[in-house]
Design a protein around this ligand. Structure first.
Ligand code: NAD
Length: 463
């Protein structure tokens, strides 16, 4: 492992040197790099799909194709489409006393950018930040997850084939390599993963004053408002909780439901999940759990709930499954001190909690760590606006789950314990750019203003 770390440090220094020889690549260079990333994703789509199948023991092929091939390709294209516009100097109004000077903001690359990615969307969460960092003119070092070793290997092969190692490089390894990776003095470091590890990454990066973007997790609530279309809400929440078997950072983690509608909501949810996956064990469309450790973690959450007398409704039977599939499970009105109510679930388990008033539900959310996402289901404008404007979460959807992330022009990021900073669209370009403020002074009025004594300021001060 020491060899890997030493080699990584050498690679980093070589990349830094390469950056110094070309500190601000032009549009053609950046566009060419993005084109190659798109080509790489096309060329390696089959090996990537096979690798993801191997890593998950079973992954829904339609979800893998959509979220880890089609979306990443679209993302690279989006960056390339807007690149010229984003790279332009930006005009800012100049105060009268500095005219005819011109204030402009010039986006500049930060140098070598580090990206640490998780396993749940192993391609998209690696190439998404990479595309934004490349668009911003940086060189990129990626450390993908050790929990998807096959996919990480293919990512490395794909990058090696299409890029010079001084442009983009992939470092493989587990937590020790990742910890050493976050010690490198990157121009910017984007970490996607758990809040617990994110905290360590922020501490380590602070020693170099490396700016960090932390894309973390948390417990995103889905709220059935007092004016919700229950059948519709059940459908959208079932969708959000079963995509990738709930292993999604923005999956609804638990549901808050008006007390009188608890039974009706649970019945509709079970019906929809059965409709989506008549047989979870056999269904190609239902993904397995990433590792035995995570499967045991989820099973022990359910066992704890059962041991505490919670009504657990399992939707489907995975005993016949030859892969690590876990059937969706609803925990009806569990006590709030069980693990499923204070740890991020990251799997197909949905606690359903009753509430009696909007005020109580809003307090429930507000007194817990700020979530990455919040989903409010209601047809009432006042109720909708109260949730959207009064609650603090990374992002939100009204009458939908997760799809705000698909509006790829909007910033995506958490707040508080769910993360800091954001990317996607122009926000991603700006995250990986230094926005340098420049005053262009055409030498016409300097003799009047900025020589001692500072006349205009004396006047303002009343002297
Ligand atoms: P994780 O935190 O265990 O690992 C993420 C990455 O961090 C891996 O590449 C790992 O090797 C690396 N790592 C491990 N120890 C490290 C250390 N000491 N220093 C630096 N890096 C280290 O997370 P995970 O299990 O891969 O992913 C699941 C978590 O990620 C969930 O909490 C989920 O909510 C979150 N997530 C967030 C987003 C988002 O965009 N906000 C997206 C996907 C997943």
């Amino acid at each position: 492992m020491q060899d890997t770390i030493h080699c990584m440090q050498e690679r980093f220094r070589a990349m830094q040197q390469a950056h110094l020889s070309e500190p601000n690549p032009d549009h053609a260079t950046r566009s060419d790099r993005l084109k190659r990333l798109e080509l790489a994703l096309h060329r390696f789509s089959d090996p990537l799909m096979e690798a993801m199948q191997a890593d998950f023991s079973h992954r829904s092929s339609s979800e893998a194709a959509a979220f880890d091939v089609t979306v990443p390709i679209g993302d690279v294209r989006m960056n390339r489409r807007h690149l010229r516009h984003w790279m332009r100097p930006r005009r800012y109004a100049t105060p009268k006393h500095l005219l005819p000077g011109r204030g402009r903001v010039i986006p500049q690359p930060k140098g070598v950018v580090g990206v640490i990615s998780p396993w749940n969307f192993p391609v998209y969460l690696a190439t998404g930040p990479m595309a934004a960092a490349i668009a911003a003119g940086n060189r990129v070092m990626l450390k993908p997850s050790e929990l998807t070793p096959h996919t990480s290997d293919v990512l490395k092969q794909m990058i090696n084939e299409l890029f010079d190692p001084n442009e983009v490089d992939v470092v493989l390894g587990g937590p020790d390599v990742a910890a050493a990776f976050s010690e490198l003095p990157f121009g910017h470091l984007l970490f996607t993963g758990s809040t617990q590890v994110g905290r360590k990454v922020a501490e380590t990066a602070a020693r170099n004053l490396t700016p960090v973007t932390l894309e973390l997790g948390g417990k995103s609530p889905a709220i059935i408002g007092q004016h919700a279309d229950l059948a519709y809400a059940a459908k959208r929440i079932a969708f959000g909780k079963t995509v990738n078997a709930g292993q999604v950072c923005v999956a609804p983690d638990y549901a808050l439901v008006p007390r009188a509608q608890m039974d009706s909501f649970a019945i509709q949810l079970v019906a929809v999940i059965n409709e989506f996956f008549p047989d979870v064990a056999e269904s190609d469309d239902y993904t397995a759990i990433i590792s035995e450790r995570h499967q045991h973690r989820l099973q022990s959450m359910i066992e704890e709930a059962e041991a505490r007398g919670v009504n657990v409704i399992r939707v489907g039977d995975t005993r016949r499954a030859t892969t690590r599939k876990e059937a969706p499970a609803l925990l009806i009105d569990p006590p709030l001190d069980i693990r499923a109510m204070h740890e991020e679930i990251f799997g197909p388990i949905l606690p359903i909690i009753p509430y009696d008033s909007q005020e109580e539900a809003m307090r429930f959310v507000a007194t817990r760590p700020s979530p990455l996402a919040l989903y409010i289901f209601t047809d009432n404008k006042a109720e909708r606006d109260a949730w959207v404007t009064q609650s603090l979460s990374g992002g939100a959807c009204v009458n939908e789950t997760m799809m705000h992330v698909a509006v790829d022009t909007m910033p995506f990021g958490g707040v508080g314990e769910s993360g800091m900073g954001a990317y996607h669209g122009k926000t991603g370009f700006d995250t990986f750019s230094h926005l340098k403020s420049v005053l262009y002074q055409p030498k016409l009025n300097t003799s009047f203003i900025f020589n001692p004594p500072m006349r205009p300021y004396k006047r303002i001060a009343g002297k």
